[in-house]
Ligand binder design. Structure first.
Ligand SMILES: Nc1nc2c(ncn2[C@@H]2O[C@H](COP(=O)(O)OP(=O)(O)OP(=O)(O)O)[C@@H](O)[C@H]2O)c(=O)[nH]1
Length: 205
């Protein structure tokens, strides 16, 4: 069975947990605990194949055992980088995250340059107080070889599911190559790294 590991990254309060919870449970519950990082786990069937999905939701505030962005980037098969369209500072942060992912990819190996990254402008329902134009998101995505989405965890259930499903599908296609790249360092050391980075917090939905 394939294991797919996705990290949802971005600034504080952009709606990372809201997007994950919407995808996994269909619900938008409004308020989400943000004092700890966690990994949500779910078994999925995509194109008739069984997959174990792990979705990493970081902690924006200072918290025990907090992993670094570099650790998160090394752990995941794909990234959803989120900003809030009504908060320009969150777009600047998303841009920095996307650039860092691309820089680290190049540092590891040239063939990793196209690691899967989706750029998501969330809170589209707040477009009356928009601070980031859609074209700016599109431009950053095009420059950084990302797929781009503007959506609302609050109002667009179908779009949120489509976005994550596409990410899981694409990550599953690249999984074998990734597994081959991981093998030389040994699966034990990978498991150890994950435990060191994320501790033992796990959530199943
Ligand atoms: N209007 C609107 N509010 C949203 C949307 N998504 C999330 N929110 C709200 O934004 C706030 C932050 O959402 P979270 O999901 O906790 O954001 P986060 O990025 O996980 O936050 P941290 O873990 O603190 O970094 C909450 O009050 C959510 O209800 C959206 O699509 N539209």
């Amino acid at each position: 069975m394939n294991d797919i590991k996705l990290a949802v990254l971005g600034g504080e309060g952009v709606g990372k947990s809201a997007l994950i919870v919407r995808f996994l449970t269909r619900r938008f519950i409004g308020e989400y605990a943000s004092s700890s990082e966690c990994i949500y786990r779910k078994r999925l069937s995509i194109d008739g194949r069984q997959l174990n999905l792990e979705l990493y939701d970081p902690c924006s505030q200072a918290c025990e055992g907090k992993s670094t962005l570099t650790d998160q980037i090394h752990w995941a098969d794909g990234f959803v980088v989120v900003y809030d369209i009504s908060d320009r500072s969150s777009f600047i942060k998303a841009k920095a995250v996307v650039h860092l992912i691309r820089e680290l990819n190049l540092g590891v190996a040239k063939r990793d340059a196209d690691t899967l990254v989706f750029l998501v402008g969330n809170k589209q329902d707040l477009c009356h107080v928009r601070e980031v134009r859609r074209e700016e998101g599109q431009r950053l995505a095009a420059e950084s070889r990302c797929q781009f989405y503007e959506l609302s965890a609050a109002e667009h259930y179908q779009e949120v599911v489509l976005m994550f499903s596409k990410m899981v599908h694409n990550a599953s296609l690249g999984g074998k190559a990734k597994e081959r790249r991981r093998r030389p360092s040994g699966s034990k050391s990978m498991a150890k790294l994950i435990n060191n980075v994320f501790g033992k917090r796990r959530k199943s939905v």
